[in-house]
Design a protein. Sequence first.
Length: 303
Amino acid sequence: MRTTLIGMDTETAYETPVTLLGLGDMGTALARAWLAAGRPLTVWNRTPEKAGPLVEEGARVAATQAEAVASTDGPVILCLLDDASVDEVLDGVDLNGKDVVNLTTSTPAQARQRARWAEKRGARFLDGGIMAVPPMIGHPETGGYVLYSGDLALFERHRELLEVPAGAKFVGEDPGHAALHDIALLSAMTGMFAGITHAFALMDQEKDLDRSRFAALLAEWLGAMAGSAHGIAAQLASGDYTEGVTSNLAMMTAANDTFLVTAEDQSVDPRLLTPYMELMSRRVAQGHGDEGLAGMVSLLRIE
């Protein structure tokens, strides 16, 4: 956000100041992005020496967290170790009238509790989930972004500022939705990494295979299959789990034995695949072999 002061003969514009608490790898990357964009920045960290290089780039270092929060009328950005650290760092700090943006990793429940905590202390609150690693911050071409949820008016007020380090995506006024999206996306990524690990394990005994060439095929294939998420979403929305199905659960389950036999032949433990295969078999046994994958979502719900 740019603020303009209008005088009799001149018009002066200055960038909204930012306060950042926490200078780990991610916090430092955020700080450098705002400094590079010309944003006035005040920083605080438990170990002050981490702020040294940022001072040379234009940052102001506060002696205490209370001083940092009180130093500007801009948003207070939190990028700390965990949710408990937020309590420790801001214990006794006056937040009345402040805009607090929490980029500390948390659960959806913790984010909702933090929103209530901020409201009780007279602060406006926005929660964020960073979908990037530090080297991606400040480099929009890498595709990194931050998910935000909570106070929509607060998000719109600071959207320009928040888009400096990475893309900014608002995902709902429920304060827990940024954390929920964050964990859901990372869970999908974890499953993908499990599949990649299994795939390379299958190849590991074949010494004459080019791993780099296989990696290119693997990345291309996974990219092509990622679009299936849209079909699953459509089926979950409609309640018709057979909609648009080309390879149903019965067909896929029948092929699982081939995967398992190949793993045994290649001396590979199938443990990264078998839990998912067991869910598929259970759904087929329930009489849903004509469905796609969407119906298995219900098998993961804990009643």
